[in-house]
Design a protein. Sequence first.
Length: 484
Amino acid sequence: MTETTTNGMTTTETTTEQRWHRPALSLRLRLLGWALALLALASLASVLVIRQVLLNQLENRVAADMRQEVTEFRRLVDGRDPTTGQPFGGNLRAIADTYLMRNEPAAGEAVLLFVDGRFYRGTADPAELALTGDLLRNWPTVAESAEGRVSGHPRGPVYWLATPVVINGVVRGQFVVLDFTGPRHAEIDRAVRLMGLSCLLVIVVVAAGGYLAMGRALRPLRTVTETARAIGETDLSRRISVHGGDEVAQLSRTFNLMLDRLQRAFVNQQTFLSDAGHELRTPITIVRGHLELMGDDPVERRETIALVTDELDRMNRMVNDLLLLARTEQPDFVQPGLVDAAALMAEAFVKATALGERDWQLNATDPAWVWADRQRLTQAVMQLAQNAVQFTERGKRISLSVEVAESAVLLSVSDDGTGIEPQDQERIFQRFARAGRGHEGSGLGLAIVAAIAHAHGGTVEVRSAPGAGSTFTLKLARQEGPGR
């Protein structure tokens, strides 16, 4: 946090670093919270759906039972009086007495019979059923079947079905069936509460188990965090232990690979800075020393200026080479296309003959196609040719050749120069590395060649022996030519 005073007023600013370390809910708790929220939502939805299904089933069962009672009563209207064996003949009271004698209503069920607009008999007295006066007034006048539901009754929801009794085409009375579903609704509510408690218990168990399981699953992430915190600017050697093949293990492997790249880049950077500092310090020291000792003699001044200019030119070349090497890490360093390696080598041969008076030779082949950046590849070949000129005497042989070896194309520059010691052959492609032969140079030319080869997915090799010359070979993947 920083304080800034402006016109006598102090303002407080929170830095990005402090905001970054502000306490927040851990990933473990956030994941668990989302999981529990989804589980709770799903459980609530399931309980509500099941409750509604049970209520619908109850309503359907009640409706079926009431229709069954109506069907049995209507069948009795067309039947015979059991006491006389004769048809009832429209005696609705006798029909009602017979029905009530034969049928015992189920639990919570009641039957009312109205004859000629008045209550006649039933399984219970209407006053005992605590029904509203409107229903008792409307039922004796029903001319068509009607049904309904009474809410707020002391015995719970009440479903009713009223059907007119028609004898000889005349409405003589009404048959009313009632079903008091309070106890069954209470059973459904108890079952729903039990389900809710079960879901709550499941959520608690899932919360406890999920907290432990997520802690175990996210442990590699904590290891990644601890490893990242432990890594310093000069220590990139720590790695994460990886087990399994899940997403967290893949993250750990990716993190380890990133550390490998960072460590290589760090080592290369340190080596590069050390070597560049050493290489640039020498010409700077030479320039500074000669300028400090330069006198007034015109001849001495010309010699000093010439020496300083030469050293500055060498530094300029070195800086340009360093910039080029830095660019090799960029994705647009090469812009490849289909290139005829034999034609490219022939063009490079014409350019190389101007580098020095040597016995230049070209061993070309039939067209050999590679996928490469023409300018960068020419630059690599010319650098090898320049290197060969530096280490051969006038009139010695330098040859350029192209060979096709199975799936590869080999571009070679060979000479009859001084050769390279075996212990130097593995290090000459490193930056600022030189063979121990007493020759001057920045030590970046072959490093540039190696970088160009690597950018093309190829390699560069050397075969040499002291006093027997050297052969440098660029190896690139072969491509099918146009029209094939």
